[in-house]
Ligand binder design. Structure first.
Ligand code: DGY
Length: 322
């Protein structure tokens, strides 16, 4: 029987591509360039499934233009804010994501951002690379320790909980807010205190980590009025999505010292980020590296392929979104 044809929009780890090619007739651009949505839609006409990434924004207008033969979409990401699920459902397109591979890698990056922002790692790197470091000094680049500090985690799913575990090893005090409260045993195991409102979490958060998915309800929630409720000098980190933050408000708070620092891995409008961040010394910035560990990217690829395998096997996708 002829192999099913799938388009994989970007190059993926070798083990993932090998598995995909063993089962499917794979179309990919060898040069790993970002294809346009028009190219994706055109290629989809001769494909049986699409394996996309978070860079292909499958909004309603794109899904509406999807050729009728295309009924299977799997994304190489936990996030699915780039896909209009309602539009997919309306067209009978099955959709799945890759929800587990990212967890540990993203928790690691959240810790790195907290440490980087609190201990002024960005400043230190810049100083060294400027070739103008004059040597050790008692008051040079003083930051703050993490131990004993209250960490407020906004969004307590797998990544929020994983971060709690890591942060406990640094003797941080864990607090969280989520629309779902965890059972008492879980809270006890993680040493986590639940807050029934975001305001209550904000008031105590000396460190604040954004770990919730981006939805129409919370988009740009991290704004001036939210910042106003936090302790002065607090440090915020974001490994979730850039559009959870109002950039102008965050930049103003970092400039004025209302916030002590920020560690950011995700940005509005990536890769063209708000230029206000570039010259702020109290930021520690990474280019969306949350899941950029080979172990994570392999697992993400396998999860994305599991969805496609299930679709062609006439089964429910294991990581079904629609
Ligand atoms: C995801 O999987 O949504 C992450 O943002 C990728 O790093």
């Amino acid at each position: 029987m002829a192999k099913k044809k799938i388009l994989i929009t970007r190059r993926l780890p070798a083990a993932v591509e090998a598995r995909a090619r063993a089962t499917y007739d794979v179309t990919q651009h060898a040069d790993d360039r970002q294809i346009t949505l028009d190219e994706m839609l055109e290629t989809a006409k001769s494909m049986d499934a699409l394996l996309i990434t978070l860079a292909e924004k499958c909004r309603k207008d794109v899904i509406d233009r999807m050729p009728d033969n295309m009924k299977c979409l799997s994304t190489f990401s936990i996030g699915f804010d780039h896909i209009d699920l309602e539009a997919c459902k309306a067209k009978g397109i099955r959709v799945g994501n890759a929800p587990h591979g990212v967890t540990i890698a993203t928790c690691e990056i959240a810790m790195l951002l907290m440490l980087g922002a609190a201990r002024r790692a960005g400043d230190g790197e810049r100083l060294l690379r400027s070739r103008e470091w004059t040597g050790w000094a008692p008051l040079q680049l003083l930051g703050r320790r993490l131990d004993g500090k209250k960490l407020g985690i906004y969004g307590f799913g797998k990544i929020g909980q994983g971060l709690a575990k890591f942060a406990r090893a640094f003797d941080m005090e864990i607090h969280y807010y989520d629309i779902y409260r965890q059972p008492p045993e879980k809270e006890k195991a993680l040493g986590a205190t639940y807050h029934s409102s975001l305001d209550s979490l904000l008031e105590i958060s000396e460190f604040f980590s954004i770990n919730a998915p981006s939805t129409p309800e919370n988009r740009h929630f991290f704004n001036a009025s939210v910042i106003e409720k936090m302790p002065k000098g607090a440090i915020v980190v974001n490994t979730a999505r850039g559009d959870l933050v109002n950039d102008d408000d965050l930049i103003a708070a970092l400039k004025s010292g209302r916030l002590g620092g920020a560690g950011l891995d995700v940005f509005n409008g990536e890769p063209k980020i708000n230029p206000g961040y570039y010259d702020l010394d109290n930021t520690f910035l990474l280019p969306h590296l949350g899941s950029a560990a080979i172990e994570a990217r392999e697992q993400m690829g396998f999860e994305a392929l599991d969805n496609i395998d299930a679709f062609f096997g006439g089964k429910d996708m294991p990581f079904k979104l629609a």
